[in-house]
Design a protein around this ligand. Structure first.
Ligand SMILES: [Zn+2]
Length: 136
């Protein structure tokens, strides 16, 4: 296959295989994974995201998508049908094969503990109760 057969980032980087993307888990409070361009100097950087929830300690994908500049670029190059098909395959491969879900689940559980601790601290803070009198 020539370069014209593959997915390409707007920065010019050809992405032959879904394993080439970088996946970052920074937005833990949103349970959101960022999909990044493999090119470190890419000006677009974020190509898409995967959102999930934990159900019985198992990840359940709620949304997985690429951002429109990346999609539009590839639709213009490959045609809508081919680009849509390839990008769908990339997302599925990322989710099924290339994301270390065991690690993500562990980190999410720690995050949930932190959120619980923060909520408990807020609830017990002096004067911070929701029953503070409203005088009308
Ligand atoms: Zn790029």
């Amino acid at each position: 296959m020539g370069e014209g057969e593959y997915i390409q980032c707007v920065c010019g980087r050809i992405i032959r295989d879904p394993s080439e993307y970088k996946v970052l888990y920074i937005k833990k409070e949103n349970r959101e994974l960022d999909i990044l361009c493999p090119n470190d100097t890419c000006y677009l950087r974020e190509l898409g995201f995967i959102q999930f929830t934990l159900e019985d300690d198992k990840p359940k994908i709620t949304k997985a998508t690429f951002y429109s500049p990346f999609v539009t670029w590839n639709v213009a190059r490959l045609g809508k049908e081919r680009a849509t098909e390839l990008l769908k395959q990339h997302l599925q491969a990322l989710i099924k094969r290339y994301i270390d879900w065991r690690k993500i689940v562990e980190e999410t559980k720690k995050q949930i503990e932190r959120e619980k601790a923060a909520a408990a601290a807020t609830a017990s803070a002096p004067g911070g109760g929701s029953e503070a009198g409203s005088s009308e």
